[in-house]
Design a protein around this ligand. Structure first.
Ligand SMILES: *[C@@H]1O[C@H](CO)[C@@H](O)[C@H](O)[C@H]1NC(C)=O
Ligand SMILES: [Zn+2]
Length: 378
């Protein structure tokens, strides 16, 4: 009897460690709002012309005084054609971030998402990361940001792993277990025209895997918001708009503008899969011509009545409960709970790297600099 129990426990343990392999997606079983097969089908079965064209602007890495000047200049007070303020999602890494400024971005209605505590190198660390590594780097970062920027934990929904380097199943297991709703780390350079729409991992993904390892297990809950690559001037794919190889000369604003528009039109005149415009702020600030082209692009698309620049999480809200364009246009603008920031400038030590940091936050100064394994700096 005891032996039977022991054997059962052992077998259960082995079974629990091995995730079920994802099977070919079954459209009958996989239905919205919580399951969607990976496909280029438009959610809700709408025709392209009845589908809102979403654009998601994103910026990665630490938020500081320098890049904040650019964000204020190009993003604040900008509206979609329907009169609602545009969205932008900031994939924030912790080291050197200013939480007073992150609070300001949140209070502008923008989305704050996760990009790890350390953003450490080498890339191989992220490819081989364990469940514990990713729990401490990503899941704990939600608590860290919510605390020091004084923003609601529920407002933090998305993840982008540094260097877009997934660790296969493990990355999504951590997201599933810690209430992280979506990932934006997985590029596709093949499913662009028509484009791949967001989907869940209950069933096997049809997406190409330019940065292996990608997940192959069935992992319900988290959504993949695939990163549809740009194509550079020679047609080669670039996962981020600032990682293209063949580009116009930096001073040729018009050529850059045309490059952006050409990429946008692939989706807009196609199946209207969300168009992601993924950048690092330094790319614009170090190349005024590219920045001018980016601003010109924003000026153009915010005049189109069927185009909506929204937070990344808002795309998912629509995909889960799709409504046709004419109905979407009448929706009220997004709302959020404003929060305050009683700013404090702190100075604290980080014992692992033996480094001192100066940083601004919206709470009392912590004893130590917040870090992996000690996200509140206690
Ligand atoms: C993911 O899980 C599946 C199913 O258990 C397994 O076959 C595959 O090797 C795993 N992939 C990685 C990268 O761990
Ligand atoms: Zn980064």
């Amino acid at each position: 009897m005891r032996l039977t129990i022991l054997v059962s426990v052992l077998i259960l343990g082995l079974v629990a460690a091995e995730l079920p392999l994802a099977e070919k997606c079954n459209e009958e079983l996989c239905k919205l709002p919580n399951c969607r097969c990976s496909s280029t089908n438009i959610p809700g079965g709408f025709r392209p012309r009845d589908t809102p064209q979403f654009i998601t602007l994103t910026f990665d890495d630490a938020v500081n005084v320098r890049n904040m000047a650019t964000y204020r200049e190009i993003l604040y007070n900008r509206k979609n054609a329907n009169g609602c303020p545009i969205g932008t999602t900031f994939y924030v890494s912790h080291e050197y971030s200013n939480y007073h400024l992150i609070n300001e971005l949140y209070n502008q209605g923008f989305e704050i998402a996760l990009h790890s505590i350390t953003h450490r190198t080498p890339t191989e660390f992220w490819a081989a990361a364990s469940y514990k590594d990713l729990k401490e780097e990503i899941a704990d970062q939600k608590e860290l940001i919510a605390h020091f920027a004084n923003i609601p934990q529920e407002s933090i929904r998305g993840v982008r792993i540094p260097f877009l380097q997934l660790a296969g199943n493990t990355s999504y297991q951590v997201m599933a277990d810690h209430g992280l709703e979506y990932d934006s780390s997985w590029p596709t350079s093949e499913i662009l025209n028509p484009g791949l729409w967001p989907y869940t991992l209950d069933y096997a993904s049809i997406q190409d895997c330019p940065v292996p390892p990608c997940p192959t297990a069935s992992i319900p809950k988290p959504w993949v918001q695939p990163m549809l690559s740009f194509r550079d001037t020679m047609g080669f794919p670039c996962a981020m708009a600032d990682s293209c190889f063949f580009t116009p000369v930096v001073t040729d604003v018009d050529a850059w503008y045309k490059l952006f528009i050409r990429n946008f039109e692939r989706q807009y005149f196609g199946n209207r899969a969300p168009f992601g415009f993924y950048l690092h702020e330094w790319y614009l600030e170090s190349q005024p011509g590219v920045k001018a082209a980016y601003i010109k692009f924003l000026d153009t698309v915010t005049r189109l009545s069927d185009v909506f620049l929204v937070n990344h999480g808002e795309v998912l809200d629509w995909v889960k409960n799709p409504v046709p364009l004419n109905e979407y246009m009448k929706k009220p603008c997004r709302s959020f709970t404003p929060t305050n920031c009683a700013m404090r400038s702190c100075h604290a030590f980080e014992p692992n790297n033996r480094k001192n940091y100066w940083f601004d936050i919206c709470t009392n100064c912590p004893r130590l600099y917040p870090w992996v394994g000690n996200p509140l700096g206690a």
